[in-house]
Design a protein around this ligand. Structure first.
Ligand code: B12
Ligand code: SF4
Length: 536
């Protein structure tokens, strides 16, 4: 965390006006200043895979926007602080008491925001909010991110120590909310898009710690659904990674797969679009990023790459888009621009690429732009299961795209599979096995179908009484509900043991695949763990 100077608030107040879909314009000299502390909770690394020492990109984006508005905004990344330690509840509470709470005392923020991109982080999001609120009852707390955006008002019903929920992306709406609740006694809050709060808001509500475990009646909670998403993404500022201490995200990447011989160094995430127009039944991404895919222009994305290239000597990038290749022409333009500007980089796509758009010309362009590892989202070897998943992906396209990719032998191909959808049978598992054996892939991961709240799969499991926990348990989530190392429910016609046997087969079979990295590790040298096929 790099600290900004403390400035005094000035009394003259002008509201921010970048509501809805107008372009983002920084509001300087607006007559007041917000002091905002954003906390990134840790995730339990024993229960989730893919828990790398990642930059908290959502919080960095929010803080970047706030700083452009001349607010004081800090990101404290607790995940990063505790990353090399053995995370336990005791260690976490100690860290809160010794580091986080004293910092709040010193910084005196107007509001404490807690992130949590993953449901798996919500356990600690709750503890943070509770500890903050108990020590500083007058500081409002707000949560955002995927889990909160899915459960919305239910979060406030359950947790009195949380004052606000932000639904979906926050770059436009967070400053509007701050203006209303910090500087204007809640006036205008009813026109802030995508938020939940209690009637009367925190400004009227003197927090009473003795009531912290009492639920708030549903009728006292106001939910303002998200209606507007930022169309013109180029108008957003680029994430300012200096808001955190980049050196603290150091990973030893010297052993990463590196066929182009371009030093990997510190990998940087790039998000070149938001959302995805598909509705796979197991995916809940759209609760945060909305129904419609929105793009940054190719130039804008390459500007960011170029900036990071020079500023941090960044040579390795990770495209984290939900559906990177949906607009093929844009991808080709981006890749051509990378080459035209002489940027010698390599990159991968850990979040899984939708195969439907992987044609010869896109693949060629991606490889020319520096692609060295690609994750492709196949999900199942069975057409029937893929159709039930609403994947919209035909068998021949899978073979065609992987054959095309395999023409570039230096590109490491990883395929994502999901097993254990309710309709899975011995036959469909067999089809997946056959496909895994037949495809020219270097690696694959098999994940158990996960009923993330807010998905059609979750609703199906709930309707058929297949969920292991009550819906409320998913809101209150303590992590174990969605842990990735065991099936989450029993398919209609299979036992959980059959699924586990299949995954075990996969673990053994993967060892027989030829290793083009020269340093095979089942989790993949330098791979983002088993980052996975629960999505894309
Ligand atoms: C990148 C990514 C990762 C990366 C993170 C790296 C990084 N650099 O951040 C890694 C590889 C670590 C990862 C891992 C996993 N991921 Co992931 N990941 C994503 C992805 C693709 C993008 C997240 C992101 O950075 N978005 C960009 C920023 C700008 O958006 P944002 O984080 O949503 O933040 C905005 C808003 O949410 C809001 N906001 C967020 N926090 C707050 C806080 C406050 C106070 C406020 C006001 C607003 C606010 O404002 C922000 C700015 O607009 C999302 C999909 C998605 N589109 O969100 C999946 C996603 C979050 N991941 C998902 C999953 C399932 C996982 C894994 C469990 C996969 C696995 N099997 O291992 C693991 C979990 C790891 C863990 N530690 O528990 C699911 C989460 C489902 C859920 N309910 O938990 C998602 C939604 C994908 C999906 N399609 O379902 N992931
Ligand atoms: S799984 Fe991937 S393709 Fe399917 S809806 Fe989610 S982001 Fe889109």
């Amino acid at each position: 965390m790099a600290t900004q100077n403390k400035n005094e608030n000035t009394p003259q107040i002008k509201p921010p006006v970048f509501s809805a879909n107008v372009d983002f314009k920084p509001k300087k000299n607006k007559g007041y200043q917000n002091r905002v502390l954003l906390l990134n909770p840790p995730t339990d690394r024993t229960q989730f895979v893919g828990s790398d020492n990642y930059f908290p990109l959502g919080l960095i984006m929010l803080a970047t926007v706030l700083r452009q508005n001349e607010d004081v905004a800090e990101v404290m990344d607790i995940n990063n602080d505790l990353f090399h330690k053995d995370l336990s509840d005791t260690l976490f509470v100690e860290h809160m008491n010794e580091t986080v709470l004293p910092y709040i005392e010193e910084m005196k923020p107007d509001i404490v925001g807690i992130g949590g991109t993953f449901s798996g982080a919500f356990k600690y999001t709750k503890i943070i909010a509770k500890m903050v609120k108990n020590k500083f009852p007058n500081i409002p707390t707000i949560v955002g991110g995927n889990h909160a955006s899915t459960f919305k008002g239910m979060v406030l019903e359950r947790f009195r120590f949380i004052d606000y929920v932000m639904i979906g992306e926050g770059e436009h709406t967070f400053p509007e909310l701050l203006y209303s609740i910090i500087h204007n006694n809640g006036e205008g809050i009813e026109s802030v898009d995508g938020i939940c709060y209690r009637k009367g808001g925190h400004w009227n509500d003197s927090y009473n710690a003795s009531l912290q475990d009492e639920h708030t009646p549903k009728e006292d909670i106001i939910i303002q659904q998200k209606r507007y998403y930022i169309d013109h993404l180029d108008a957003l500022p680029k994430p300012d990674f200096d808001i955190v201490d980049v050196d603290k995200y150091y990973m030893d990447t010297s052993q990463w797969y590196n066929p182009l011989n371009i030093e990997v160094g510190q990998p940087f995430p790039i998000i070149s679009s938001r959302s995805c127009p598909m509705r796979c039944t197991f995916c809940n991404m759209w609760h945060v990023h909305g129904p419609k895919i929105r793009y940054r222009s190719a130039d804008d994305v390459v500007d960011e790459i170029e900036y990071l290239y020079h500023k941090y000597n960044a040579r390795y990038f990770q495209f984290m888009d939900d559906n990177f290749t949906f607009d093929k022409k844009r991808v080709i333009r981006m890749m051509t621009e990378i080459s035209r500007r002489g940027l010698k980089i390599s990159y991968d796509t850990p979040n899984g690429i939708a195969i439907n758009r992987l044609d010869e010309d896109v693949i060629k362009a991606m490889v020319e732009g520096g692609l060295i590892r690609i994750s492709i989202a196949i999900e199942s070897g069975s057409q029937q299961i893929r159709d039930l998943m609403m994947k919209g992906l035909k068998q021949n396209k899978i073979y065609e795209a992987t054959r095309e990719l395999a023409k570039y032998p230096h590109v490491f191909i990883k395929a994502f599979f999901i097993v254990g959808m309710p309709e899975e049978t011995e036959e469909t598992l067999e089809e997946t096995r056959e496909m895994i054996k037949a495809l020219p892939i270097d690696k694959f991961s098999i994940n158990y179908a996960t009923p993330f709240p807010g998905t059609a799969l979750f609703n199906q499991c709930k309707a058929k009484d297949m969920l292991r926990y009550e819906v409320e348990d998913y809101v209150e989530i303590d992590g174990h509900q969605l842990r990735s190392d065991r099936p989450h429910f029993k398919p209609y016609d299979l036992t959980e043991q059959q699924l586990m046997d299949f995954v075990e087969w996969g673990d053994e079979y993967i060892k027989t695949l030829p290793d083009k990295t020269g340093k095979y590790d089942p989790r993949g040298a330098g791979d983002i763990a088993s980052y996975g096929s629960v999505f894309n």
